[in-house]
Design a protein around this ligand. Structure first.
Ligand code: 6GU
Length: 233
């Protein structure tokens, strides 16, 4: 089974996201094991300190290496599998669908969520960690970012979605946005479902969906397209 451990100062933040819907079912069905390690459990002094002022001065606090390393060493021993280690930080490489697919094939991940002022650099160096960001903006901590990464990975695991194929048509999986979807009723407030979708002609429907996906990507996310696709039909 695949295993994901998360090291965090805010374990409570993961309770509800990990216990609903797809993520809950995937854990119940043994598709993934997700465990949360509390960095504060490894604080050294009686105050439970896990961060301190930056050497050289400056605003904010920096996460101390000791509690993170000790939490990491503890959590790593919970399974024999060597983990791939990832820090969630705005300094990281931007997360995308290709990265989600790559990480979904790993047997074991340890994700480390930090406060936005940052990690002591020796955490990255000493743990040989790679860094991931979920986008070019700053949020208050790596927790939400870790949940985004976990959610994107788990839904790609075989058996996680009821229907094995349902992620294959996702936006981005073919480098394009998704085609428009319709369900009943056939007419809603004078807006009708396109005739082609009612035609029963699966070849034509597939072609129409490809065209729509390309058209919407050109219009809304031209940055996703290569030079050839921009000039196609
Ligand atoms: Cl991973 N952490 C924080 N604090 N802010 C972010 C981020 C991560 N990714 C984008 N913004």
């Amino acid at each position: 089974m695949k295993r994901i451990d998360v090291l965090t100062l805010f374990p409570d933040a993961f309770e509800s996201p990990l216990n609903c819907s797809i993520l809950k079912r995937a854990q119940e069905n043994g598709i993934v094991e997700i465990a949360i390690g509390n960095i504060r459990d490894f604080a050294k002094n009686k105050h439970g300190s896990v961060d301190d002022k930056p050497y050289g001065g400056g605003p904010g606090m920096v996460m101390m290496p000791g509690p993170v390393f000790d939490c990491f060493e503890h959590v790593r021993k919970l399974s024999a599998q060597e983990p791939r280690v990832i820090l969630l930080t705005p300094q990281g490489q931007r997360f995308d669908q290709a990265k989600a697919a790559e990480l979904s094939s790993e047997e074991r991940l340890i994700l480390i969520a930090g406060k936005y002022e940052g990690f002591d650099e020796r955490i990255r160096l000493g743990l040989g960690a790679e860094q991931i960001s979920i986008g070019d903006y700053v949020i208050n901590g790596g927790e939400l970012a870790a949940m985004v990464v976990i959610d994107a990975i788990v839904r790609l695991l075989p058996g996680a979605l009821g229907d094995e194929d349902s992620h294959k048509d996702d936006s981005f999986s073919a480098g394009l946005l998704e085609y428009p979807q319709y369900t009943r009723p056939e007419v809603f407030r004078d807006m009708k479902v396109p005739d082609i979708l009612l035609s029963g002609d699966h070849g034509k429907i597939a072609q129409w969906r490809r065209e729509q996906a390309l058209e919407r990507t050109k219009r809304w996310r031209p940055d996703l397209l290569g030079e050839t696709e921009k000039t196609e039909s």
